[in-house]
Write a protein that binds this ligand. Structure first.
Ligand code: ZN
Ligand code: ZN
Length: 351
């Protein structure tokens, strides 16, 4: 069950205070630069020996540590003195509440997420931080879906890097215990002809594959439909990511929907047992309402996903839940409400 994080109270460890501030800034879409100050301060503190924080607080020399500045050092000092840092307290008051009005029931019914990124591709945080935050939020499972090689601007993973990442995911799973599973996955590019941007052998080693169009978004409707139909019918593909590619708000500007025959694509999703993603990112809100309604009517499954590129963005599924609930998508048709075993068995019918 996914839930809002309870506010931290004093006394609080300095690293916990810094992590929570970063989380609250991320979930409310603060600038990357501000968030990074707090994430970097966590990294800097982790390098210190036991007792060094207290010694430096006493001596007033925290800011001599690379990665710790004025605002991060006052948070650390207040926490070290046993107080609730003032900045954390104000953020908790201002930015700690529900992100969306509506969809709360569905949000609480979520157990997983099929679409999130780490700093291996274009995300901002390491895999273990994404997993830890997911666990704190109450996820039972999440699928790590970094980008595929073609997406060079997003540092897409070659087969070699993906192989290394798989070993790291295995190690994380050994460390976290039974109550949470980090599944191996990918957000694989759908190439112009509908083929996938990773070897079939590599895809076969993953637990779940989310496939998305990231290039030639303005292709004509007929070839775009053919491209998307081929991808969702591919037995390796489990989720169709942000199907229209639209951007409705935000720093990257806006972008219209791709042109395709949605009826044909959703029909292929049903046939290929591929879920249609409800991408929760505020700048995407993809698919638009009318296409969610069409997919619902046609019998598709859905995945309410965060497409998180930072830990705090995992919470953005609240926006997708508001939309899914308002449009009447039944809970059982949403694969991110399923438990880990059911999800895995659905995504891997052969194994
Ligand atoms: Zn994408
Ligand atoms: Zn993505």
């Amino acid at each position: 069950m996914v839930a809002l994080l309870a506010p931290l109270e004093a006394p609080v460890e300095p690293t916990d205070a810094l992590r929570r501030i970063a989380f609250l800034l991320e979930r409310t879409r603060s600038g990357t630069y501000r968030v990074e100050a707090f994430r970097n301060a966590v990294k800097a503190l982790k390098q210190l020996d036991d007792g060094e924080v207290d010694a430096r607080v006493a001596a007033g020399t925290l800011q001599q540590i690379p990665g710790i500045g004025k605002s991060t050092s006052s948070v650390i000092e207040e926490a070290a003195r046993g107080e609730l840092p003032a900045y954390l307290e104000s953020l908790q008051d201002k930015s700690g509440g529900p992100l969306a009005t509506g969809g709360e029931g569905l949000y609480a019914a979520l157990r997983g997420d099929c679409h999130l990124h780490s700093d291996w591709s274009d995300g901002g945080s390491p895999i273990d931080e994404m997993a830890l935050t997911g666990i704190e939020l109450g996820h039972e499972w999440m699928v790590l879906t970094d980008h595929s090689p073609q997406l060079r601007v997003a540092n897409g993973l070659t087969a070699e890097r993906l192989t290394k990442q798989i070993a790291i995911v295995d190690a994380i799973n050994r460390g976290v215990g039974e109550s949470f599973r980090l599944f191996k996955g990918i957000e694989v590019d759908i190439l112009d002809d509908g083929a996938l941007d990773q070897t079939d052998e590599m895809l076969g080693r993953l637990d779940l594959v989310t496939a998305s169009v990231h290039s030639k978004l303005r292709m004509n409707s007929a070839p775009m439909t053919k491209r998307m139909v081929a991808a969702v019918l591919n037995p390796r593909v489990n989720v169709l990511g942000h199907c229209t590619g639209r951007l409705v708000t935000g720093s990257r500007g806006t972008r219209p929907q791709s042109d395709f025959d949605a009826r044909a694509v959703f029909e292929a999703c049903v046939e290929g047992n591929t879920a249609v993603e409800i991408n929760s990112r505020p700048e995407r809100q993809d698919p638009p309402d009318d296409l969610i309604e069409l997919a619902l009517e046609m019998g598709c499954l859905f995945a309410v996903d965060s497409d998180a590129h930072a830990p705090g963005q995992l919470d953005m599924k609240a926006y997708g839940c508001e939309r899914a609930e308002r449009l009447g998508v039944p809970e059982d048709r949403i694969i991110t409400t399923w438990d880990a075993d059911r999800l895995h068995a659905w995504a891997n019918p052969e194994s």
